[in-house]
Design a protein around this ligand. Structure first.
Ligand SMILES: *Cc1c(COP(=O)(O)O)cnc(C)c1O
Length: 384
């Protein structure tokens, strides 16, 4: 320990076997790293236009299709730039005139900022709810795309994924960045269920992935047509190639990406998708995160100095748990003590500014380790 190490020492037998509880990047299983090491001698450093890397992209696409039980006419699309880039792709290619955003934290608000900034769109209809609760989309005349997060990673609140009534013809765009792979979902309730691989999929950052309905594919094709057609159909809008949903789709269908992807990210992702499938798929994954969450929230409710941040139990995320601490128990000291023992990244979302612990309980995280974590917190609080 360093000179300014915390005074409390946590006994080694209380520590989790793996101390990574971050909400993205999140714990990567050692077996994934072993697979990466093996791939390191064959796939890394080779062309993404050749069969071996294309087969790897194919594994990811087929695996996600199976994991989400994707309807035959839906497509798995991927591109570079993470979910943040996908917000710009969606603003450019999927929102026709006006979006509605149900926002209840930082990530939902960031997508709303993207469509607000787009000069070719009307200002979006933004429905906000206080952090720790959820806002839901509702049909509004003139809105052609409804956007909300399945799981708000900044607050630990999860929302139902149900297409709002009376919105036929509009698209449902669901940010599943931290949810996908750890929460149950019926993707038929969405037109685009999009995510990045560094949360429930235990991979590295840099990619976006989108499960897209035929309506989403058609919408993008129509809006992206940038010149009037020979038959007199009007031109659409100019979309930069790197933001083109249709260009990403065309490449994805050939198991490629528009430009060079991080091959290591794809290896880790393919391994995790197949690991989930081998264990029983999304139902197994959702049960595992629910087991972790039941322990975490039950523990928080049973301690006089702790409480779940999300008031409504139905909205308490099973993949990102947030626990408020009493002001007499400084979270910063608890977090620093844990970190000094290799138990890391239970910090609250920086802009939320609460005296809080935030715990990633993605499928890669062993529920036993969540139990160990709370035992460690008990020990630290008892000895502070
Ligand atoms: C992490 C996160 C993002 C941003 O993902 P990047 O890949 O870093 O762009 C967006 N939405 C949600 C819900 C997230 O948790």
């Amino acid at each position: 320990m360093t000179a300014d190490a915390p005074l409390v020492r946590i006994p080694a037998d209380l520590l989790p076997r793996d101390g990574r509880f971050g909400c993205g990047p999140s714990k990567v299983r050692p077996e994934q790293v072993d697979a990466l090491s093996a791939a390191g001698r064959t796939l890394l450093g080779t062309s993404h236009r050749q069969a071996p890397v294309r087969a790897l992209v194919g594994r990811v696409r087929a695996g996600l299709r199976a994991l989400f039980d994707l309807p035959a006419d839906h497509e798995v699309v991927l591109g570079n730039g993470g979910s943040t880039m996908f917000w710009d792709v969606a603003a450019a290619c999927l929102v026709e005139r006006r979006a509605q955003h149900a926002t209840f934290g930082e990530f939902g608000a960031k997508f709303a900022a993207a469509t607000t900034g787009a000069p070719f769109l009307l200002d979006p209809d933004v429905r906000t709810a206080a952090p720790g609760s959820v806002a839901l989309p509702v049909a509004v005349e003139g809105v052609d795309a409804y956007a909300w997060p399945h799981n708000e990673t900044s607050t630990g609140a999860m929302a139902p994924v149900v297409r709002p009534a009376g919105t036929e013809g509009a698209l449902a765009l669901v940010d599943a960045t931290s949810a996908a792979g750890g929460l149950a979902v019926d993707v038929r309730e969405t037109d685009v269920y999009y995510f990045a691989p560094q949360k429930s999929f235990a991979s590295d950052g840099g990619l976006w992935l989108a499960l897209a309905s035929p309506a989403a594919v058609e919408r993008a094709a129509r809006l992206e047509r940038d010149r009037p057609g020979a038959d007199g159909t009007p031109g659409g809008r100019w979309v930069p190639g790197s933001l083109s949903f249709t260009a990403a789709l065309t490449n994805s269908r050939a198991d490629q990406t528009l430009n060079t992807p991080a091959i290591g990210t794809l290896v880790l992702l393919a391994e995790q998708v197949e690991w989930l499938l081998d264990r029983g798929g999304l139902a197994w994954a959702a049960a595992r995160t629910a087991a972790s969450a039941a322990h975490l929230y039950g523990w928080a409710e049973s301690r006089p100095w702790a409480a779940p941040f999300v008031a409504d139990p139905a909205h308490r995320s099973t993949v990102v748990g947030t626990v408020d601490l009493d002001p007499a128990v400084p979270a910063a000291a608890v977090i620093a003590t844990l970190r000094a023992h290799g138990v890391v990244d239970v910090d609250p979302y920086r802009k939320l500014g609460r005296n809080q612990l935030r715990v990633g309980m993605f499928p890669a995280v062993d529920p036993e380790d969540v139990r160990a974590l709370t035992a460690c917190v008990d020990h630290v609080v008892d000895h502070l």
